[in-house]
Design a protein around this ligand. Structure first.
Ligand code: NAP
Length: 281
């Protein structure tokens, strides 16, 4: 079924415009002798993680930033990883640090995230960064939540007073995006695997954020007429968490997968690294 009136939220377009603006800022930084640098740490050889890290590195290079890639073997211990992070914290040529999630199970991932200094936590993974985001003065929120807000703002979609239903409560996605929406005066319901009557809750939403990690999870008959749908999901086969074809006829605006939240997430990572570098000017 088609919907002639739906607004397709084009993440690739939003990401392209952010990168064009960043290019100017990177050039200005370079004139001041600073080249913004994102350090990415990949532990182990998980192919999807390797692809994500490569995409982030290439995106840096395309706008003239430095991408410093650190590859560690899958046997790396927590202490060895902490040592690498401390070294990067102390390296003044590095402005942002990204530890690719997930790390092998012998590593205490939370301890590793916490070791990243707040000034370089451009991926919003530390508890301090999360706390600041929740309280409304965080400088570098987690990138996917930041991307979701960026898309909403790009298309000037109202947030204040709207009922936002977020499906998912992970530390990097569901929880921080709930906080960002709450801070913008939405009324937020955060759902998770123990939520009862999920379809009934989703039916009340003016804004739906899907962050579940389950392909085609959100069904067409869960969607209220005119809802705005943001699909953060990225499942095998480039499939989102929203059944796009089924939800499209009901939505007033919707992100596709791919080409929705994903490309903007990478742009937010670059944007926050450039902002960290600008603090040195
Ligand atoms: P996650 O850590 O696995 O969290 C999934 C969340 O969904 C959990 O809070 C879980 O609830 C909830 N959930 C699972 N089954 C549910 C059900 N049947 N009903 C309601 N809630 C349910 O995943 P994540 O890291 O947040 O990622 C979510 C999705 O976003 C994935 O598809 C991932 O690939 C994608 N993602 C995309 C980007 C991007 O740049 N576009 C970045 C990061 C992640 P409990 O807390 O109760 O377990």
């Amino acid at each position: 079924m088609k919907n002639e009136n739906v607004l397709l939220l084009d993440g690739s377009k939003v990401a392209g415009e952010i990168k064009d603006q960043l290019q100017v800022r990177v050039n200005q930084l370079k004139e001041n002798g600073i080249t913004p640098c994102l350090a990415t740490i990949l532990v182990g050889d998980d192919p999807s993680s390797a692809t994500y890290v490569k995409m982030k590195g290439n995106a840096c290079k395309r706008i003239g930033m430095i991408s410093k890639r650190i590859d560690l073997p899958k046997e790396t211990t927590t202490q060895e990883l902490l040592d690498v992070i401390v070294e990067l914290n102390n390296d003044s040529s590095v402005h942002g640090i990204l530890l690719q999630h997930p790390v092998p199970e012998q590593i205490d991932e939370r301890a590793a995230f916490e070791a990243i200094s707040i000034e370089k936590d451009v991926d919003g993974v530390t508890s301090l960064g999360f706390g600041q985001t929740a309280l409304g003065f965080g400088e570098y929120p987690s990138c996917t939540p930041a991307a979701i807000l960026e898309i909403i703002d790009y298309y000037k979609l109202p947030i204040e007073g709207k009922h936002a239903v977020v499906i998912g409560r992970s530390p990097i996605l569901g929880k921080p995006v709930s906080m960002l929406l709450l801070n913008r005066n939405a009324t937020v319901t955060t759902c998770h695997s123990r939520t009862q009557n999920l379809p009934e809750l989703v039916k009340q939403a003016d804004i739906i954020v899907a962050a579940v990690g389950k392909a085609n999870f959100v069904q067409g008959d869960w969607v209220k007429e005119g809802a705005v749908i943001l699909d953060a999901g990225y499942n095998e086969g480039n499939v989102g968490d929203v059944d796009y074809e089924a939800c499209l006829p009901k939505a007033s605006a919707i992100t596709p997968v791919p080409g929705g939240v994903g490309p903007v997430t990478i742009s937010m990572l670059l944007k926050q690294t450039v902002a960290a570098a600008e603090k040195l000017v």
